[in-house]
Design a protein around this ligand. Structure first.
Ligand code: FES
Length: 147
């Protein structure tokens, strides 16, 4: 049994410890805001916070995060009130929207450790892929949230 905390709630998964966190969240906890894109750690659609750090959940076996605190997009804020979420709306960032929860989780983790990132720092930190090419709006939204 693997135990850790998801969105403030203790979870006890009776799953193979090698199960990627992504699938435990989606299939066992029904937290489907965390998306599957590539499954190989490239796209970032599956980004969540683990102990406050943005991580690609498809690459994290649940057995390796015993005792950790996981936050998904569902619990980033109440009523979508996180400054990054508000900035996302104000800048109309999403196009198809599929990658956006991972983007928002990556952006919010960045702003936790750097309150005023430069464009270069944003580009270095946000390595998630958006097939619609919303990167200019993502940058604007992060700068807005940082202001
Ligand atoms: Fe995890 Fe693409 S699904 S990085």
């Amino acid at each position: 049994m693997t135990r850790f905390t998801v969105n403030g709630q203790p979870v006890h998964y009776r799953l193979d410890p090698a199960t990627p966190l992504l699938w435990a969240l989606r299939d066992a906890s029904n937290l489907t805001g965390t998306k599957y894109g590539c499954g190989v750690g490239q796209c970032g659609a599956c980004t969540v916070h683990v102990d406050g750090v943005a991580q690609r959940s498809c690459q994290l076996p649940i057995g390796g995060i015993e005792g950790s605190f996981v936050t998904t997009i569902e619990a980033l804020s109440r009523d979508r009130g996180h400054p990054v979420q508000q900035a996302w709306v104000a800048e109309s960032v999403p196009q198809c929207g599929y990658c956006q929860s991972g983007m928002i989780m990556a952006a919010s983790a960045l702003l936790e450790r750097n309150r005023n990132p430069s464009d270069a720092e944003i580009d270095a930190a946000i390595t998630n892929i958006c097939r619609c090419g919303t990167y200019p709006r993502i940058r604007r939204a992060i700068r807005r949230a940082a202001a």
